[in-house]
Design a protein around this ligand. Sequence first.
Ligand SMILES: Cc1cc2nc3c(=O)[nH]c(=O)nc-3n(C[C@H](O)[C@H](O)[C@H](O)COP(=O)(O)O)c2cc1C
Length: 377
Amino acid sequence: MTAPLMLGDHVVNPPVVLAPMAGITNVAFRRLCREQGGGVYVCEMITTRALVERIPKTLKMIAFAEDEGFRSLQLYGVDPDVTAAAVRMIGEDGLADHVDLNFGCPVPKVTRRGGGSALPWRRRLFGRIVSQAVAAAKPYGIPLTIKMRKGIDDDHLTYVEAGLAAQEAGVAAVALHARTAEQRYSGKADWDAIATLKQALDVPVLGNGDIWEGSDALRMVEHTGVDGVVVGRGCLGRPWLFADLEAAFTRGAGYRPVLPSLGEVAKIMSRHAELLVDALGDEKHGCADFRKHVAWYLKGFPVGSDLRRRLAMISSLAELDDLLALLDPALPFPADALGQPRGRVNAPGKVSLPYGWLDSRDDESVPEGAETDESGG
Ligand SMILES: Cc1cc2nc3c(=O)[nH]c(=O)nc-3n(C[C@H](O)[C@H](O)[C@H](O)COP(=O)(O)O)c2cc1C
């Protein structure tokens, strides 16, 4: 990379973005990751309609720590006017410093109604959403970016056309999760597609898909020429991946990977649970939310099934610390767990679409009932 990654006036160094992940990238997880390294840390997806209607649960999800210097928020919208109103509200109320639009969600409930990864196919509607959002963000100096997939399936690719349209509309950057909606999270991300997009655009391009280690990020940059990387599942149970990424971008290919011992992992687990309790307001909810992370943290470590099970059922921080004390702190990080997929790896599936969707690319009408809280990308 020759120039630093810029999102509007903001320098992103290292050029790393924590991908928005519903149910994961709340204020607690972002803080845990931020403690490890630099980058942009995107919050959980917020639905535009829920935001403009000021639904209390949605407003509560927009929580940023006081020291979160560049507050990054992802919106999901299908209606240009509602999306623009949501962006205006973010600007007026000072809710965030960066807005990303989600065009990658492959969940059937969403695509069946024409939302998420189905939407860029309707090129005029897509163009209107993005340009109205950019125009709404402009007076507040908020950089607006989009995150999309390659297209619906291999016969209905949209990423180059959508990237060019977004650039024309004035976005600050374009991120590509290099899978089709049909692939969901299966198979390998197509880094060649990221290279193609990078060649086609002048605005910064962010590559996303299958970065499990800092070395993968360097490989992606080398293979595609991208300006930055977006990292999702690789940091599940591995927030130190951001330290690894920072080391990789600072020192280059010969960098020393960050490989915590089980004792160090246990400390991070304890910290994560504590932050969740703090963020969710009480021990019961914080500990319940933490449970889903346990298997990711322990992946590959020789820890017995009984202890794993008990850890995944904790209901207090004291119980967690008692159980963590039973782990052997000296155990080294398991080499077998490196480079391995974690989190969602589901099989491909035919994309549900509204009737006649593929035959009406230029229809600008807003799909009905596609506003949703379902998320993914
Ligand atoms: C649990 C989970 C939740 C996700 N939620 C969102 C979301 O709300 N918005 C979005 O754009 N992508 C979402 N994604 C997709 C990720 O941002 C990312 O694009 C995808 O996981 C591919 O990157 P990776 O290979 O680094 O994981 C989600 C992924 C996972 C695993």
